[in-house]
Design a protein around this ligand. Structure first.
Ligand code: SF4
Length: 109
């Protein structure tokens, strides 16, 4: 059963935008989701604008057996907002920028 978290948002548009591609199969088969710790929980927790709620979702992700697959998907698709693989979208954007910076450094020697 999901733990109650404070400040649950009702930002349905944000949730819908993020999930429409998943439900339409735009990201290929997501078989690993069968084992997801967030399965059968209120998905709004993963798409909140509130830091406290985001941190609660990330806490669930830390115990999730499919976290690497989830994070890999979100890293490949910058359009995915919200918490994926134990990271929020800001952290993923920073990781992408850092990966680009390191790749540029390697190319330039
Ligand atoms: S890592 Fe987090 S968002 Fe991804 S499937 Fe697991 S619980 Fe859900």
């Amino acid at each position: 059963m999901a733990e109650p978290l404070e400040h649950m948002p009702s930002d349905n548009e944000r949730v819908n935008r993020a999930l429409v591609g998943v439900t339409n199969g735009n990201f290929g088969p997501l078989d690993w989701y069968e084992q997801a710790a967030c399965r059968n929980r209120d998905s709004r927790l993963w798409f909140s604008s509130y830091r406290r709620t985001i941190d609660g979702a990330i806490g669930v992700c830390r115990r999730c057996p499919v976290r690497p697959a989830c994070l890999a998907l979100a890293m490949e698709h910058p359009e995915l907002v919200g918490v994926w693989g134990g990271t929020d979208e800001t952290e993923r954007a920073q990781a992408r920028r850092e990966a680009c910076r390191q790749a540029r450094q390697r190319r330039e020697g």
